[in-house]
Design a protein around this ligand. Structure first.
Ligand code: SAH
Ligand code: SF4
Length: 349
């Protein structure tokens, strides 16, 4: 079975080759403008709906949803084929609504502080699975308009490069989200960053830096061994030159590990070299990592020091903490998360 959103316009035309053109338009508008399943497109004859139902069905099966932050954050847990699960988080802000989507089930990059990394890698998501997360979030956001998409859920987008780029193009063209409203977050895979620079896309790129010297960064982000900071800065500059957009550096603030004044000074040097903006996020606690996030006051001091050193820094508030929904970092402190429960249930079957 294929996700209805796996097919691009040409593939849909081929599937419906026997149908008059206006029928194909009807199906396309139903799927992409209205976010309907083929069986819900009431303007289609029943026979055509049945025909479509036989070859297309949703890839994401809802396991559970949780709301928090006065209903401004909605986390959805989806079951996927291959007995795996992913999470999608919809966040409403006064001026925008953002969905945080997953690009892989699990992740192979092994960052120790990350709940997804601790759980290991299952598989790459398909283009349809990625698009479906956006379509369902757009439906759930109503009557608000889904305005932004960030690839900051589970997985490393650049380890699933071709599908993520194809999905990104289709999020822009077929779902009508502005390219500048899409952000891909990468752990910093340099060959893919260089490729991304040549994609001719206005999409934003966030690089998860977390440490500004190779020794510390390698302990936090093991792929730093093959993707060292010096080359990372060069790649970030290439992205800025080719796309016209500065990259941002993500910095999860870890108490006593990367939140000292010396860290801010090192970071400032690198951020200036890359002309990057810095996003500070206090680390979310995860059961598999001993260290906790920096206290709020330290986060503010760190931001102020960066500012003094001529670097633009923003403090990002963690969203959905009480439902473990900080974008892919979803493990509970004391209880298994829905992902773990679903996995247990699947194993018990
Ligand atoms: N794999 C990509 C995108 C998914 S992770 C990447 O690493 O960039 C999205 C962001 O969440 C990354 O910046 C990541 O470093 C950060 N992150 C991971 N675990 C976290 C935690 N426990 N607390 C805060 N941020 C975390
Ligand atoms: Fe993977 Fe990103 Fe988590 Fe690292 S932080 S393990 S790259 S999802």
């Amino acid at each position: 079975m294929t996700s209805p959103w796996e097919l691009d316009r040409d593939a849909l035309g081929q599937l419906l080759a026997e149908q008059p053109r206006y029928r194909i338009d009807q199906v396309w508008r139903g799927l992409y403008d209205q976010g309907l399943l083929p069986s819900e497109i009431s303007t289609l004859p029943a026979t055509l709906r049945d025909q479509l139902d036989q070859s297309l069905s949703p890839a994401l099966k809802l396991v559970t949803q949780a709301v928090s932050d006065d209903e401004l954050t909605l986390k959805s847990l989806w079951h996927l084929s291959g007995d795996t699960a992913i999470e999608t988080v919809l966040m409403h802000y006064p001026s925008r609504s953002t969905v945080c989507i997953s690009s892989q089930a699990g992740c192979a990059m092994g960052c120790g502080f990350c709940a997804t990394g601790q759980a290991g890698y299952q598989r790459n998501l398909t283009v349809g699975e990625i698009l479906e997360q956006v379509v369902t979030a757009r439906n759930a956001a109503k009557p608000r308009r889904l305005s932004n998409v960030v690839f900051m859920g589970m997985g490393e987008p650049f380890a699933n490069y071709d599908r993520v780029m194809q999905a990104t193009r289709r999020i822009i063209h077929d779902l009508g989200i502005g390219a500048r409203k899409v952000t891909i977050s990468t752990v910093g895979l340099i060959p893919q960053m260089r490729r991304f620079a040549e994609e001719d896309l206005q999409v934003g790129l966030a690089v998860s830096l977390h440490a500004a010297n190779d020794e510390l960064r390698t302990t936090l982000v093991p792929i730093n061994k093959r993707n060292p900071i010096g080359e990372l800065v060069e790649a970030a500059n290439l992205v800025r030159q080719r796309t016209g957009r500065r990259v941002s550096f993500e910095w999860a603030m870890i108490d006593g590990v990367n939140d000292r004044d010396s860290d801010a000074r090192e970071l400032a040097v690198i951020a200036r070299k890359a002309q990057a903006h810095v996003n500070l996020i206090p680390l979310n606690p995860t059961p598999g990592w001993p260290t906790v996030g920096s206290p709020e006051v330290r986060v503010r001091e760190f931001a102020a020091l960066l500012d003094e050193l001529g670097v633009n820094a923003t403090i990002r508030r963690n969203r959905g903490n009480e439902i473990d929904a900080a974008c892919g970092q979803l493990r509970a402190n004391h209880e298994p998360t829905p992902v773990q429960l679903a996995t247990k249930r699947a194993q018990a079957r």
